[in-house]
Design a protein around this ligand. Structure first.
Ligand code: DLZ
Length: 171
């Protein structure tokens, strides 16, 4: 398995376009807060490191991952951000609740992306255990919050480039 071999959050910073001038929304689920707060740290730091300004990053906390979709819409409506990043962690339990929540969020964020023609990034961990989650929230498999931020920056730049009529291959 690839993730057993490498930290997937390692990336070439020089290949990421600038986040300067862009605005972002970050929606964070409070369920499994130890994990989601670590995802948030990784996400926020990455946006700042690539040039985003503190005042252009809007944070919203929601009770659970199921609420990420509506939280994302609220941010998009209120702040007209260039990209929204949704961070959550749904741990598999004895019942199928995880499947319903994950499916609803994935479908909801896809719908929002289509409706707004803007990126709504799926930064939701779907592990079997808390240990697997922590491995991906600053542990041995990196931090998926970092990856979600990079995706948001890339997609927001893609949209900007298309508006300017200058799409290009590569980053
Ligand atoms: C109810 C619930 C359960 C059992 N597990 C999780 C979880 O692992 N991660 C998560 O983000 N949220 C969980 N929730 C809460 C739901 O996402 C949602 O907040 C409630 O069902 C209320 O709509």
């Amino acid at each position: 398995m690839v993730s057993a071999l490498k930290n997937l959050s390692d990336y070439d910073e020089s290949n990421v376009p600038s986040a300067e001038g862009l605005s972002f929304g970050i929606v964070v689920s409070e369920w499994n807060a130890k994990v989601t707060h670590a995802l948030y740290e990784g996400c926020y730091d990455t946006l700042i490191r690539h040039g985003a300004k503190e005042e252009k990053i809007h944070l919203l906390q929601v009770p659970g991952s199921f609420e990420l979709t509506v939280g994302a819409k609220m941010l998009a409506d209120e702040h007209k951000v260039d990209a929204v990043i949704c961070l959550g962690c749904v741990i598999k339990g004895e019942t199928k609740h995880n499947e319903y929540i994950n499916q609803a969020v994935a479908t909801g964020l896809t719908s929002l992306s289509m409706f707004y023609s803007r990126p709504f990034v799926f930064g939701v961990l779907t592990p079997d255990t808390e240990e697997q989650a922590l491995d991906r929230a600053g542990g041995k498999h990196g931090n998926k919050g970092v990856e979600a931020a990079v995706t948001a920056i890339r997609m927001a730049n893609l949209k900007k480039a298309m508006k300017g009529g200058k799409p290009k291959i590569g980053f």
